[in-house]
Design a binder for this molecule. Structure first.
Ligand code: 1GP
Length: 245
C-alpha cells in the first residue's frame, strides 16, 4: 500500500495524522536519534524531513541514519532537488503555489522528475501555500516569494481551489518554521469547507491545545518541528491531542 494511502487511513482511524518535521542540519545532529526514537514510541504517523538551507555536506548520511532507525514512513519535504535520495519512502512533489517565482512553481520539479523517476520514489502531489505568520521566513527569502496575507481568506481559498483543480492530493498551509502566529483557524476552516483537499497545517504550532484547535478547524495532518526540537516530552501530548478519535 502506498505511503499516501496509509496516511489517509490515519484520518479515518484516529481523526487526524501527526507528522513531525526534522530539519537534518548539523545543529540537530545530537537530537535526531532521540526525536526519531520518540516518534517510534508515540504513534507519530510520518516524519517529514526538509529544510531550506544545509550548512554542511552530511545531509544524505543523516537521512540514511533517520531511515535506518525509523519504524514509520520518512517523507522528503523538499527545499530543493539536491535533497532527493534513495532513502526516502516518498516525497511531497510540491509546487510553491502561493508565489510567482517560476523556478519554485515548476523549474525545480522539472529538474527533479527524471531523478525521482530513476529512484522509483513515491510522489505525493502537494500544493504548498506560504501564509503570513507574522515574521519573515527562510522560505520567503530563499524562494523570493511573498506569503499570502492571513487576513484574506478569499485569496487563500482561490489558491486552494486552483490546487484542487490541478489534481493536488494534499494542500500544505504553511506559516513557516518557528512562525510567530500559526495559520489562523478561521482560514483553515474556510479552506476545509470550500475544498475537498486534505489539509496539512504547520508552522508555529507550540502546544497540543493549538494542534487540537487546528484539527477541529479541518486539518487532516498537523506538522510540528520547532516545539519538539525544544521539548521532546511534548511528542506524547501532541500525539494524544491530534489523534482525538
Ligand atoms: C515548517 O510547518 C513546519 O515547514 C513546522 O514548523 O518548526 O514551527 O513547527 P515549526
Amino acid at each position: 500500500m502506498s505511503v499516501l494511502s496509509n496516511l489517509n487511513k490515519c484520518i479515518e482511524n484516529k481523526g487526524a495524522g501527526f507528522i513531525i518535521l526534522i530539519d537534518p542540519d548539523k545543529k540537530n545532529d545530537e537530537k535526531i536519534d532521540q526525536i526519531v526514537e520518540s516518534a517510534n514510541d508515540n504513534d507519530v504517523d510520518a516524519i517529514f524531513v526538509g529544510g531550506s538551507i544545509m550548512m554542511d555536506r552530511f545531509y544524505h548520511k543523516r537521512i540514511e541514519r533517520i531511515k535506518h532507525i525509523s519504524d514509520i514512513p520518512v517523507i522528503l519535504f523538499p527545499g530543493g532537488v539536491n535533497q532527493v535520495n534513495k532513502y526516502y519512502d516518498a516525497m511531497l512533489f510540491m509546487s510553491l503555489m502561493s508565489g510567482r517565482n517560476p523556478h519554485y512553481l515548476i523549474g525545480e520539479q522539472v529538474i527533479a522528475a527524471p531523478i525521482v523517476n530513476d529512484f522509483g520514489l513515491e510522489t505525493i502531489p502537494t500544493g504548498y501555500l506560504l501564509i503570513d505568520g507574522g515574521s519573515p521566513t527562510t522560505v520567503e527569502f530563499i524562494s523570493g516569494t511573498k506569503p499570502l496575507p492571513s487576513n484574506r481568506p478569499d485569496i487563500i481559498i482561490s489558491h486552494a481551489l486552483a490546487a484542487q483543480f490541478m489534481g493536488m492530493q494534499l494542500l500544505y498551509l504553511e506559516a513557516g518554521s518557528g512562525a510567530m502566529n500559526t495559520v489562523p483557524v478561521d482560514v483553515i476552516s474556510k479552506v476545509s469547507n470550500e475544498t475537498s483537499l486534505s489539509l496539512v497545517v504547520g508552522g508555529g504550532i507550540r502546544t497540543p491545545k493549538d494542534a487540537l484547535e487546528i484539527v477541529n478547524a479541518g486539518a487532516s495532518f498537523v506538522v510540528i518541528g520547532s516545539a519538539i526540537e525544544k521539548s521532546l516530552d511534548l511528542i506524547k501530548d501532541f500525539s494524544s491531542a491530534i489523534h482525538f478519535k
